[in-house]
Design a protein around this ligand. Sequence first.
Ligand SMILES: CC(C)(COP(=O)(O)OP(=O)(O)OC[C@H]1O[C@@H](n2cnc3c(N)ncnc32)[C@H](O)[C@@H]1OP(=O)(O)O)[C@@H](O)C(=O)NCCC(=O)NCCS
Length: 178
Amino acid sequence: MEPLNPSSSDLPSPKEETVRIREMNIDDFPKVFHIGEEIFTAEYSQSLYRTWDEYEITTLFNSDNELCLVAETGGKILGFALGTTVEKHNSPWKYGYLVWLGVRTDIQQAGVGSELFKEIKRRMKEQGVRIIMIDTSANNQAAIRFFHKQGFGDIQAHVYMTLNLARKKKKTVRRKKT
Ligand SMILES: CC(C)(COP(=O)(O)OP(=O)(O)OC[C@H]1O[C@@H](n2cnc3c(N)ncnc32)[C@H](O)[C@@H]1OP(=O)(O)O)[C@@H](O)C(=O)NCCC(=O)NCCS
């Protein structure tokens, strides 16, 4: 079995060797999963709304395998883009949702993410998508800069709140009316 985290010296530089972007297949699932585990840690995803697990890969693959891509060089997976399309009742437009985009930490900032994005954008356009959506945490500056560079704008803030149902409610003291 291939080592899951070979050192960066095992990898040809994507700038030196051609990076191939292709559709993900089931043999890629474990590699994609482990790259995601390395990148999408608990620190990355503080809200439970976005947590990385194996179902993310299988669910997106089942719903739209044409939008599940990997970047590969010399037989090694460097990163992945997993997306889907969304149609809303009250809108004639088709939306593309790029759910997960990840590049191995040892090969980031070498153009792999841009190549993956270019291809998923091309495929979404071919499927009739008018607008692509992404979401990430507000403090993920690398991703925000990356998406800005790809032409994204119109950042909208979103608030998450939690309610702990296991915590006992404090007794409220009612004042007597005088
Ligand atoms: C975001 C991510 C996919 C970018 O992939 P990448 O292969 O490193 O990106 P590229 O090399 O194609 O970078 C393109 C541009 O994005 C910006 N960028 C990328 N990484 C950056 C970083 N760490 N800091 C600042 N800007 C960055 C730069 O503007 C860069 O252009 P430049 O090289 O000319 O300066 C990658 O950093 C990653 O996997 N991050 C962790 C997971 C994540 O946050 N995913 C996005 C939300 S699902």
